[in-house]
Design a protein around this ligand. Structure first.
Ligand SMILES: O=C([O-])C(=O)C[C@H](O)[C@@H](O)C(=O)[O-]
Ligand SMILES: [Mg+2]
Length: 442
């Protein structure tokens, strides 16, 4: 099929793909350990009259290669014609289903990752051309501030980067409390106190799947003691995400213990059918960014009843407008909506904030890893959080401008760090030889 190429608006002249490596602390999770650098890819579309639009996506050599393979399909295209661009990319990459993606069905797709990169950058340009912030292109702003949750991690000491575990917190602009190790309930509470004091978060998520569930449940109760109803302002909502490492029996057992204190339980078990079984047994809502991760998962999700809340993520659902569609589906089927994140910088955060401001049914504070990052790739410094929320940019487009000097420095990090994809298992084996990822551990 030959798709029309309507050239009435600004057309893409150039596609720039720049892989970068950003300092990332030694955070622990179900898959292992974060490397000293996290990878992102910055995409710049430049129009024939020199307007540039930017986006940021998870960095991975396969995604970068796939994006490079499609640039000839993007050049000459009108940035307003995003539906055509999506069809062209769909023809190029073909359809991809969850079964092909094995244990990480949310990941390793080409079309959704690449279209999300292209769409966000196109919307940035459309916003600049029409003199409107991206949120207006999504139907307009429903809130001026978008709330985020503190995202706690068990971690080793350090702030990441070249010096890994021993890096200098002052050099990273980090408080000692964020630099500290957090390997038990007291460490997690101290980290939460530091995060909430610094960013004003009004809800808290713990990344679980690291220690025995009884230890992680103890950490949640320690958080409840520290941030419970006696606190001025009342109890902060709490969530835990074991990234599907628990069995159905473990999830029901510990889920019942956690029932009195949880806002939601995220991905306790693997797969929609197991999630549905746990959901029937617990009063606590279940959330997911692992079992219902694309539109073709929705029919089974509804038929089985696998979760109460879907964690959207424009990088994984194929862009901002697709995330608005997801919001409509959640609304229709009585599902709540929140947002997943990965280690990221300000371009992704800006896109998340524009989307968060436009979502009619934003029922929960969104996830963000941003406080764990110390680098930035945009001009004017890092985003500010007030009471845990980020103000929606009002400038045209995304409202953030690429800092080309920072981009060059972070690209140099990419070239020297030796990483081409995320592999937390290999990082974990460096400190814990013989450690192996297990899809279900407890
Ligand atoms: O909610 C989630 O599952 C995540 O945020 C996934 C991330 O990869 C997280 O586990 C991390 O950064 O280690
Ligand atoms: Mg999750």
């Amino acid at each position: 099929m030959t798709l029309p190429n309507t050239r009435t608006g600004p057309c893409i002249r150039e596609v720039r793909i720049t892989p970068i490596a950003i300092v990332d602390p030694p955070l622990l999770n179900a898959a292992g350990l974060h490397a000293p650098y996290a990878l992102r890819t910055i995409v710049e579309l430049v129009t024939e009259d020199g307007i540039s639009g930017i986006s940021e996506i998870p960095g991975n050599v396969a995604t970068n290669d796939a994006l490079a393979s499609a640039t000839h399909l993007l050049t000459g295209r009108d940035v307003f014609q995003q539906n055509t661009i999506r069809q062209v990319l769909t023809e190029h990459f073909g359809t991809e289903n969850a079964a092909q993606r094995g244990l990480t069905p949310w990941d390793q797709r080409k079309l959704v990752h690449i279209f999300s990169a292209v769409e966000v950058a196109c919307l940035d340009i459309v916003g600049k051309v029409t003199n409107r912030p991206v949120v207006d292109l999504l139907g307009g702003k429903l809130r001026d501030q978008v709330p985020f949750s503190a995202y706690l991690f068990y971690k080793y000491e350090g702030a990441g980067g070249e010096l890994g575990f021993g890096s200098d917190p002052a050099a990273q602009g980090w408080s000692a409390a964020r630099q500290a190790a957090a390997l038990d309930p007291a460490g997690i509470v101290a980290q939460a106190q530091a995060m909430c004091a610094e960013f004003g978060f009004q809800s808290i998520k713990l990344k679980g799947g690291v220690f025995d569930p009884s230890d992680e449940v103890a950490a949640m109760f320690a958080l409840r003691d520290a941030f419970g109803p006696d606190r001025p302002g009342g109890a902060l909502p709490l969530r835990i995400d074991p990234n599907a490492l628990w069995t159905v029996e473990t999830a029901i057992r510990y889920g019942r213990q956690l029932e009195p204190i949880l806002e939601y339980l995220e991905d306790p078990v693997r797969g929609q059918a197991n999630m549905a079984t746990v959901r029937k047994a617990l009063k606590t809502p279940l959330a997911t960014n692992m079992c219902t991760t694309s539109f073709d998962d929705i029919p089974a999700s509804i038929a089985l009843g696998s979760e109460d809340i879907i964690l959207s993520d424009h990088h994984f659902w194929g862009g901002l407008r697709a995330s608005m569609t997801l919001a409509g589906i959640c609304d229709t089927f009585g599902r709540g909506l929140s947002m997943h994140s990965n280690s990221h910088l300000g371009i992704s955060l800006a896109a998340m904030v524009h989307l968060g401001a436009a979502l009619p049914n934003l029922t929960y504070a969104l996830d963000t890893h941003y406080p764990w990052q110390s680098d930035e790739v945009i001009k004017g410094g890092r985003f500010r959080f007030d009471d845990g929320a980020v103000a929606v940019p009002t400038e045209p487009g995304l409202g953030v401008e690429l800092d080309h000097e920072a981009l060059a420095r972070l690209h140099q990090n990419y070239l020297t760090c030796g990483l081409t994809e995320r592999n937390d298992e290999i990082e974990m084996q460096k400190v814990n030889p013989g450690w192996q990822f297990q899809a279900t551990r407890w």
